[in-house]
Structures are given as structure tokens and as C-alpha cells.
Design a binder for this molecule. Structure first.
Ligand code: MN
Length: 264
């Protein structure tokens, strides 16, 4: 599986029957049962310039990956190794470039935060991937928001409980289309910013990441076997903050079309 190419990944996703067809066939199990009792949709992200879509297997996110953001979250950027969390794959909310997507204000929170991030999409997997080979696993890049119920995240952290309710909820991962590396190259520097209602809130450069995308892939692959379809939210710069219903968020990364999302 570690050398699975993109076509194989797409075929595998199809074979796993995660599309709209009910009763589709799964790999045969020990007792020969192979039909699902209902269909579960496969989360996908459109690919720029292609009729094909990118099937999302897992969403990994790195925490506190810009020094100034690490400081604002109360940690020391010089000492901490990278850490990761996940969102469910169906948390993706695709946002079409040139359009504004309505994004529902989620339940339970009174402090709902934006985090603008570069997202790397993998079409190759592996374990213990060397840093020097890591970028060969990246199919493309997108701009995304790691939306966060900050009050719930903090409350759970204070109680030394899992963050999940603060990070891993429905539609917590708005994302633009994937731009293949073959067309846009790799993103190691360039402006990244987020405006709310036209006012700049976050503004930094991708080169300020503490751990590069290549280093993130290498580190992640020590903890998990990465697979085609995994996407990695690469962390947000400083000056995260709240939005309320009616707010318009516009995100930007140099070289990608802007992401426009209205909280409703
Ligand atoms: Mn984040």
C-alpha cells in the first residue's frame, strides 16, 4: 500500500464502495460477507483542471506550528515537538473559488475561531518517511480553515480531557480545491492571510512554519501509516480570533485562489 499511486488510490476508494451506490461491494471478509447494508458517502475534494476528485481518507492537523501562534496559545515554540490531531474526513466543506460558501455556526460554542492554513494532500503513503522524500508524497495543495470551538477546546484542555469536541465537529474543515503540485509546485514560502469583513486578522508567511510540510509528513509517518487520501492541515499563524453569524471570512495563500466563507 505504501507505493500506491493516485490511480490505485482512486480505484481503491471506488472499490470500497463509498460512493452514492447502495449495497456496494467491499473487500471480501473472512466469512465472505461483502455487501454493505447502506452506502456511506466518501468525502471528496475537487481537483483544479480535472474531472476527477480527491478522496479524503483522514484529515490530520498540526498544532501550534507558527512561533507567534504557539506563544499566543501559551506554549514555548522552541521546546515543543510537533503534535497532531485529526478531524473526521466528512468534516470537509468544499468552497468553490469565486463563490462565498455559507458555513453554519456550530452548536455549543460561544467562542468560534478561524485558523487559516495551507493544506497538503497526499497520494502516496508510508511509514517512517524520510524528510528528503516526504514531498514526493504530496499530490497537491489547498487553502483551508481549521475552524475551532475555542471555548470547548480550552475547557477540555484545562480538564486534561481530549480536545476533540473543540476541533473535530461537523463541517469544521472548509477547504478550496486541490491544486496539483505538477501545476503549482510546492509551497514553502509566500503570504498567508485571513480577513474578516474586510479587516486583516491573520497575516504571515508560510516560511514562518516551525515544522515544514516535509517535516510534518516525516513526523506524522512515525506515529501513523500515512495513506493516499490523507490531507494535512499545516497549522495557522498568530492572531486567531472569533467570528459570529453574518461574518465574512476571506482567506488567502499566495498562488491559490482566495477562500470565501460566510458564517450563518
Ligand atoms: Mn489549526
Amino acid at each position: 500500500m505504501t507505493t500506491m499511486n493516485r490511480r490505485d488510490a482512486l480505484r481503491a476508494a471506488g472499490l470500497m464502495g463509498l460512493g452514492a451506490v447502495a449495497g456496494c461491494t467491499l473487500p471480501v471478509t473472512a466469512d465472505n460477507r461483502s455487501k454493505t447494508i447502506f452506502a456511506v458517502p466518501q468525502a471528496t475534494i475537487p481537483i483544479v483542471g480535472s474531472d476527477e476528485v480527491f478522496p479524503v481518507r483522514r484529515i490530520y492537523c498540526i498544532g501550534r506550528n507558527y512561533a507567534a501562534h504557539a506563544r499566543e496559545m501559551g506554549s514555548d515554540p522552541n521546546r515543543e515537538p510537533p503534535f497532531f490531531f485529526q478531524k473526521p474526513s466528512d468534516a470537509v466543506q468544499f468552497v468553490t473559488p469565486g463563490q462565498t460558501a455559507d458555513h453554519p455556526y456550530p452548536p455549543l460554542t460561544k467562542n468560534y475561531h478561524y485558523e487559516i492554513e495551507l493544506v497538503a494532500a497526499l497520494n502516496k503513503g508510508g511509514r517512517n518517511i524520510p524528510i528528503g522524500e516526504a514531498l514526493n508524497h504530496v499530490y497537491g495543495y489547498a487553502i483551508g480553515l481549521d475552524m475551532t470551538r475555542r471555548d470547548l477546546q480550552r475547557a477540555m484542555g484545562d480538564q486534561k480531557k481530549p480536545w476533540e469536541i473543540g476541533k473535530s465537529f461537523d463541517r469544521s474543515a472548509p477547504i478550496g480545491p486541490i491544486h496539483p503540485v505538477a501545476k503549482v509546485g510546492h509551497f514553502t514560502q509566500g503570504g498567508i492571510w485571513l480577513k474578516v469583513n474586510g479587516e486583516t486578522k491573520q497575516s504571515a508567511d508560510l516560511k514562518m512554519m516551525i515544522w515544514s510540510v516535509a517535516e510534518q509528513i516525516a513526523k506524522l509517518s512515525e506515529a501513523f501509516e500515512l495513506m493516499p487520501g490523507d490531507i494535512i492541515y499545516s497549522g495557522t499563524p498568530e492572531n486567531v480570533g472569533p467570528v459570529v453569524r453574518g461574518d465574512l471570512m476571506e482567506g488567502h495563500i499566495d498562488g491559490l485562489p482566495n477562500l470565501s466563507v460566510r458564517v450563518v
